[in-house]
Design a protein around this ligand. Structure first.
Ligand SMILES: Nc1ncnc2c1ncn2[C@@H]1O[C@H](COP(=O)(O)OP(=O)(O)OP(=O)(O)O)[C@@H](O)[C@H]1O
Ligand SMILES: [Mg+2]
Length: 405
């Protein structure tokens, strides 16, 4: 358990729930109303993060982070371990005081609003359920913090247990639950106070693939019916793409791109984004020739790749060309623009066949194709020719500091 999470347990004033006022005015709704409908009162608010910067002990963890999550939208914060995702969440939740920058929720600046008064529900990286409290007590905890009367609290806990399909589990302790069930309790606890914003920090991190998928579907359904603005942190790109309408791609404490999953895959703005999302082949070369509608790039092994557009480089610039495995077509016959490559191994992965190859200078190359019943599978060691779909290639300056296309 991290220090922050321990703090939440030891210091109930930090419990991440909205203040009681204005939140429970729907309790008078007629009984029998569909539960999610009844819960809609805590509808999401727009989140705006501007120029968030924070350092731990003089070391910058996040720098000038800005993004928005529209009311009711679900956005994923995605990036490698240590890039600052949890730090962004902690700053939004009010668990750390950022060095600079502003967080607004529904147009209100949260700078002087305490963590418990922000109307934010949070699921921590390892659920952080209170081990000595039962499931029901865990869910009731934030409600007790906001002084909800006992009867209402009991009703709300029942509602939540039913919503996350754990109706008969109220009296169990967290250690008597499976990982997936604990995860659902953590979500129930986070949404029990009807937050306007839900922050999820790698909520499925410890779960196996099948369970992850089931819970992702459940969460998506819950989020959509409740309309809670949601920011989910993950370093799993598939999870991000399946849950979120937009992705915020972070690297080394900075935002590199904010876009839809498809745009991030098809039109990556930086080499990092290109190689982090999906698989990418990377070739280093030098701009040899610039024509009105073509750029010729020479590879170290003497081959050339001709891109069908004029790039914004000068002759002699070092460039990095990238392309997806599905944009490589293999042939046993040479052709003008195909790169000679030797096959190392072909691996069937469900409906696709993945081929690993090496170019003559030792550079690795990956190609993939949809597998049919009569697909020819070449032998390892075979001399093949790789034709790249140059329309779908990206090119970045080789200097990583300026690696924008
Ligand atoms: N309490 C702390 N004290 C000092 N450094 C910290 C602290 N918390 C985080 N850091 C550092 O700040 C950076 C960002 O950490 P953060 O936890 O935000 O990353 P993350 O993207 O959430 O990583 P992960 O995917 O592994 O959870 C890391 O270099 C980390 O070592
Ligand atoms: Mg983290």
């Amino acid at each position: 358990m991290t220090e922050t999470e321990a703090n939440i347990i030891d210091r109930p004033h930090l419990c991440l729930v909205p203040p009681r006022a204005e939140r429970f005015d729907d309790m008078a709704k007629p009984k029998g109303i569909f539960m999610a409908e009844a819960l809609k009162a805590g509808e999401g608010k727009q989140l705006s993060v501007r120029g968030l910067t924070h350092s731990y002990g003089g070391q910058n963890a996040i720098s000038d982070i800005s993004f928005e999550v529209e009311a009711g939208e679900i956005v994923a914060l995605l990036g490698p371990s240590g890039c600052g995702k949890s730090t962004v969440l902690r700053a939004i939740a009010g668990l750390i005081q950022p060095r600079s920058g502003a967080v607004q929720l529904g147009g209100q600046n949260l700078a002087n609003v305490s963590a418990r008064s922000r109307g934010i529900g949070m699921v921590f990286q390892n659920y952080a359920l209170f081990p000595h409290l039962t499931v029901a007590e865990n869910i009731a905890y934030p409600l007790a913090c906001q002084h909800m009367p006992r009867v209402e609290r009991r009703e709300r806990v029942e509602e939540m247990l039913s919503l996350v399909q754990l109706k008969s589990y109220g009296n169990r302790l967290p250690r008597e639950l499976s990982g997936g069930q604990q995860q659902r309790v953590a979500v129930a606890r986070a949404i029990a106070g009807r937050p306007s914003l839900l922050l999820l920090d790698e909520p499925f991190g410890a779960l196996d693939r099948a369970l992850r998928f089931d819970l992702q579907v459940e969460l998506l359904h819950l989020q959509k019916t409740l309309g809670i603005t949601t920011l989910i942190v993950t370093h799993d790109q598939e999870e991000a793409q399946s849950l979120a309408g937009r992705l915020v791609l972070m690297n080394k404490g900075n935002v590199e791109q904010i876009d839809t999953p498809m745009a991030v895959y098809d039109r990556p703005k930086t080499l990092f984004v290109n190689t982090f999302i999906g698989q990418a082949n990377v070739l280093h070369g030098t701009v040899e020739r610039l024509d009105a509608e073509a750029t010729t790039v020479a590879l170290p092994n003497g081959n050339t790749v001709v891109l069908p557009r004029r790039l914004n480089f000068t002759v002699g610039s070092k460039v990095t060309i990238t392309f997806r495995p599905e944009d490589v077509r293999l042939s046993t016959n040479p052709s003008d623009f195909a790169l000679p490559a030797r096959l190392t191994v072909s691996v069937p992965l469900g409906p696709t066949l993945v081929h690993d190859l090496v170019l003559s200078d030792g550079t690795g190359l990956r190609a993939s194709q949809v597998r049919g019943p009569y697909t020819f599978i070449p032998e390892p060691g075979a001399q093949l020719f790789a034709e790249i779909d140059t329309l779908r290639c990206h090119a970045f300056p080789s200097d990583p500091e300026t690696s924008r296309e």
